[in-house]
Design a protein around this ligand. Structure first.
Ligand SMILES: Cc1cc2nc3c(=O)[nH]c(=O)nc-3n(C[C@H](O)[C@H](O)[C@H](O)COP(=O)(O)OP(=O)(O)OC[C@H]3O[C@@H](n4cnc5c(N)ncnc54)[C@H](O)[C@@H]3O)c2cc1C
Length: 536
């Protein structure tokens, strides 16, 4: 039996987990379960206080899941783990220290014995003009919440405008990337918008436009070609257009220019064309492969040209984990939650085994298949040659993900939300104003008067507080100055999902795929109306 690995000190080994997402959260969760008291100290470092259940982001964007319900509070569920709200910005693995850059305060050096890198991935973009300024990704709860609010706010604006380019721009949704995440958000938003039209008599179904841009000749490589063609047909029937073999050339100013020569404007451009390992790991001094991922072995230990890097582990999207089933892309596990969760669990098991001088195991997981929700009542499921489409697959999607959400506390919130929405409908209210939460308060807040200008000795002193205009003017001036110095509430920022967590739902009418109902009784502002495509 090997000697137990106890780090460089004669103290309790310190395990530092970088990133509390899927892989990091599960590693810590299982370490809490399997480590004996005093066997090791576990610290999780993540700038966010929650792990995000990313498969729910399309449904959050579409108002079917409350933003807060799609995240798992780290402190609530990791009771024996030390949690640091910070980023690991640098690692010196020789010295076994990590630079911790907290969300508040000065960075410090933290010593460790074992480092676990589970820092995930970020959206991967290309230098296409306009994308960095106009588009939004779909990797975070904040992005999903902002997309939902943007669509709702744009409906409010468009309802006030006459037909024309400005209105079209507000009612046009563009998704770039036809992978799983892209198609899911595209289809969910189509369902959302189709339901939304019912509550806006000023907006017709035909006024809303959906374009998905995919550079390859097919969508959803995770499912078979016939299944992917079924998805394209289903979306076309619902009034959504998929541009295959097409590249986005420019999005400057929200003007979409495609490689086919087509051009149109959009106020909602969602980028889902790939992910890349979190670039922070470039500063960790650990071995990285050509695609920027951490080099790990099948047992999840980091490996360099000279062999195993003692005391360093990695898992999830940030790591290139060999896929021993032979089913991966380029020999490695594809970046998905199925792998991240299982790798996190194995990683905890292997660390405990190594601490006890026992053998470690290789990661081996056969893909269980893929399931996607495509809006209320529509889904696809593919496992090998078995494909299920439509309503049964949608139930499979909700059933699988409802139960895969970590902890019963979270499962119940999500599932109850779906039940509530079934009966009560989606909460179709934009809280986009939350990004300026102090605006209303600040506008009318009483302020100390500006110091009175000294009057000439002979002139009678003006009566105090008798000049509302002067007071108002002073207030406005002070307010403007304060606003310039302090544009946002301390601690609040545009990505705050908190307020938005108060809105959500699925319209009761959404229980069937989003076929629009006749709107004959509603007051209309316009007279022209084309026939709705079948299926919507
Ligand atoms: C829209 C969408 C839908 C998806 N649907 C599915 C699906 O249906 N099925 C499926 O299997 N997979 C799905 N996935 C993929 C899946 O969510 C990811 O593969 C999974 O989240 C990867 O887990 P991870 O732990 O590697 O990374 P993450 O869960 O992203 O966690 C990484 C964590 O690291 C933190 N971090 C980053 N940098 C640092 C740093 N320097 N210091 C400290 N912390 C840091 C981040 O804040 C984050 O909390 C989907 C993804 C998206 C975006």
């Amino acid at each position: 039996m090997k000697a137990p690995y106890l780090g460089d000190r004669f103290t309790v080994p310190k395990i530092l987990i970088v990133g509390g997402g899927y892989a990091g959260f599960y590693t810590a969760w299982k370490l809490e379960k399997w480590l004996r008291s005093g066997e090791a100290e576990v610290t999780v470092v993540d700038p966010l206080p929650y792990m995000t259940y990313q498969p729910f982001l399309p449904e959050v964007a579409a108002g079917s899941i409350e933003p807060r319900h799609a995240v798992v509070g780290i402190r609530r569920h990791l009771k024996k783990t030390r949690v640091l709200a910070a980023k690991v910005t640098k690692v010196d693995h020789e010295a076994k220290t990590a630079t911790i850059s907290p969300v508040a305060g000065e960075p410090w050096e933290e010593s460790y014995d074992i480092i676990v890198v589970t820092a995930g991935a970020v959206s991967r973009t290309f230098p296409i003009p306009g994308v960095a300024d106009e588009a939004i990704g779909l990797k975070t709860i904040e992005e999903a919440t902002a997309i939902r609010d943007r669509i709702l706010t744009n409906f409010d604006k468009a309802a006030l405008l006459p037909p024309g380019p400005e209105r079209d721009r507000l009612l046009t949704v563009v998704v770039v990337g036809g992978g799983f995440a892209g198609i899911e958000v595209f289809a969910e938003l189509r369902s959302f918008v189709s339901a939304l039209v019912e509550t806006y008599p000023e907006i017709d179904f035909e006024d809303t436009h959906f374009h998905l841009i995919e550079a390859m000749g097919r969508i959803m490589p995770e499912v078979s070609l016939p299944t992917s063609l079924w998805v394209i047909k289903n979306l076309a029937e619902r009034g959504a257009q998929i541009h295959l073999d097409t590249q986005l050339k420019s999005a400057v100013g929200g003007v979409i220019e495609l490689s086919t020569g087509e051009s149109f404007e959009s106020d909602t451009i969602i980028w889902t064309a790939g992910v890349m390992a979190t670039p922070d790991i470039k500063h960790y001094g650990l071995p990285i492969e050509e695609r920027g991922r951490l080099r790990v072995r099948a047992d999840l230990r980091v490996e360099g040209d000279d062999g195993i890097v003692e005391g360093a582990w990695g898992a999830g999207d940030v790591a290139a984990v060999p896929d021993l089933t032979g089913g991966g892309v380029g020999g490695f596990c594809v970046p998905n939650a199925q792998h991240a969760v299982r790798q996190g669990k194995l990683l905890a098991k292997n660390i405990v085994a190594e601490l006890r001088g026992e053998g470690v195991k290789d990661y081996f997981h056969k893909n269980m298949g893929a399931v996607a929700g495509l809006g209320i009542g529509v889904g696809v499921f593919q496992s090998g040659k078995l494909a299920i489409k439509g309503l049964p697959a949608w139930f499979a999607h909700r059933g699988y993900h409802g139960l895969a959400m970590p902890s019963w506390e979270r499962k119940l919130r999500v599932i109850w939300g779906w039940v509530n929405n079934f009966f009560l409908g989606r909460d179709n209210v934009s809280l986009e104003a939350r990004v300026h939460p102090r605006r209303a308060f600040e506008e009318f807040a009483a302020r100390p008067r500006a110091a009175a200008v000294e009057a000439p000795a002979a002139a009678p002193a003006p009566a105090p507080a008798a000049e509302p205009v002067a007071v108002g003017a002073a207030s406005v001036a002070t307010s403007a100055t304060a606003g310039a110095q302090n544009p946002q509430l301390p601690g609040s920022h545009s990505s705050e999902p908190a307020a938005t967590a108060e809105v959500n739902g699925v319209a009761a009418s959404d229980t069937a795929p989003e076929a629009p109902k006749a709107k004959a009784t509603k007051p209309r502002t316009r007279t022209t109306k084309a026939a709705a495509p079948s299926g919507e």
